[in-house]
Design a protein around this ligand. Sequence first.
Ligand code: COA
Ligand code: AMP
Length: 624
Amino acid sequence: MNQQTYHQLSIQDPIGFWKQASDLIDWKVKPETILKQNTNGYAQWYPDGFLNMSYLCLDYHIEQVKGHDIALYWDSPVSEQKKEITFLQLRNDVAKFAGGLHKLGLKKGDRAIIYMPMIPEAIIAMLACARLGVTHSVVFGGFAAHELAIRIDDCAPKVIITANYGIEVNKQIPYLPIIEAALNQAKHSPKHTIVHYRKTQFPDSYYEKGLNFSDLIQQPLVFDPIPVESTHPLYLLYTSGTTGAPKGVQRDTGGYATALKFAMQEFYNAKEGDVFFSASDLGWVVGHSFIAYGPLLHGCSTVLYEGKPIKTPNPGAFWRLVENYQITHLFAAPTAIRAIKKEDPDGIFYQKHDTTTLQHIFLAGERCDITTYEWLNSLTQKPVIDHWWQTESGWPMLGMMQTFENSQPKAGSAGLPVCGFDIQILDEAGQQLPAHTEGYIAIKLPLPPGCLQTLWGNEALFEKSYLQHFQGYYTSGDGGYKDSDGYFYVMGRVDDVINVAGHRLSTGEMEEIIATHPDVAECAVVGVENQLKGQVPVAIVVKKDGTLSEKMEAEVVQLIRQQIGAIACLKTVYSSQRLPKTRSGKVLRKTMRLMLEGKTFQIPSTIEDPEVLNELTALFNTIR
Ligand code: COA
Ligand code: AMP
């Protein structure tokens, strides 16, 4: 069988296919109903099954006499610390911390926000929540107070679990002032803040606040996993949409566990005992699925890395990790590979390490350019697999499934549809387009297990964002085409979402923030191609009167850093007299992006005032 035939089976008989896949996990109560479709065609998977994710990731392996195997390698060059944690040790910490949370009154159905750096306590917190049926929401530690406040208000957590600081290469990032500022901005007040006080080479930072993580983890109450309904929300993960408000992607438990088990086994071709290293952050979906839950669920060791691909201390960092932990599966964003390539183009650092254990390298998070793909392929001589997925999907939708020996990737393509995803290229009217014609990437309902259930507390926005554009389909927000062999090419977003160093950001949100500057009349933010980061945002700002001073440009940059965080990477601000618009008032962002990238563009017939484009061309030409 090849991937396409296997995929066809999953599409023709989703119930039979996903029933078989669900047998791979140890349910407390096995589901009798496999698929229930809502009136809008959307799927609920295994609605009458019961299980617990923390049990599957920990206790299950202990019962299989694997308790002394390594569950987690923590490697932190930025704090000069390392740790090896077995399944047994991790289970004990998780059970005790869950006991501590229970004593604080946390129970199934409550929410907890986790705002932590890449330390084992973050995974302990996630698994402890899962153990209790508390829905967690991990917020990426690079987000500023404003972003945290939005999430606090949206999911109304009972507790925030944090640490005293994170470390960015050699910079200490104090978290407690960020938490304090977020709590001041938010309307909702969580009952408790729990702080893990790290001890590293940095000075003890800062003041004592809230409850101490280590007190909670040291208390004697050990908590057993509570079986929850398959549809019980394991987590909420906020992601950028087209507006200022991030969307709370809600993930179930049973569908997700089944999908991750299937992905580990059938897509990544990982075996129990393999070592999985996803070079992401727990605050992103990759971190949830393939640092925390997927590898642990499958009995693999996972590597939690608090460092960068370069600078900590050099571009050999990933290869050192491969050698030290005998990593079999490496997963990174193309940006990380571009950064390594830039600093080590001839692979001198690569050659210093023994990478023979490495079986596959997976790339995702953004489109991978062919040069980077080929460089990595020729340097490592390992299969390099680009694969496409989103926060919403939770696991790969396109990619070459590594269980098939004859699986041949094509450079520049994200590969073939993964089982369960009936992916089609549609035109504006919802008609399927022929090969080599670019259109919207949409997925015929029902989506397979593991994908988002809804948006937290906002079913109407869920339907509007994903289900209403094309009747009977999930709209991905990406555009692309397929070739005559059925391989897909994902070309980028069709909305106002941009991808900066594999981080998904909303230009709409940036515009809303810039518009709060008292001297800004209007503005547009567009994502412009960048050799290292894929895209970076550029702001075009119209001042209420006159042109922007350098001081005001700096204020605009600072606003974004303060409100979203430095990861937004907005560094360029242009002053313009006007913005190009259609007669109906729509700002021509795509046209401005093409102009900034020096590409040819067509002047839309609906433009209100073509002269504005000449002004902008002159402006951009002087700067480029
Ligand atoms: N906490 C606080 N600040 C953070 C942060 C965090 N967790 N992560 C990043 N930042 C800050 C950085 O310090 C930097 O601040 P500065 O502008 O003051 O220097 C800014 O955000 C931009 O960071 P980054 O995007 O990491 O850029 P960089 O130039 O420092 O590093 C790369 C470039 C390519 C090494 C880096 O972008 C990278 O590792 N990319 C891969 C990311 C990834 O794995 N994405 C996939 C997610 S699935
Ligand atoms: P996120 O939800 O943060 O994981 O971002 C998802 C978005 O990243 C997708 O909608 C795509 O635009 C982009 N993306 C992820 N993986 C790929 C890939 N392999 N190729 C092209 N784009 C990708």
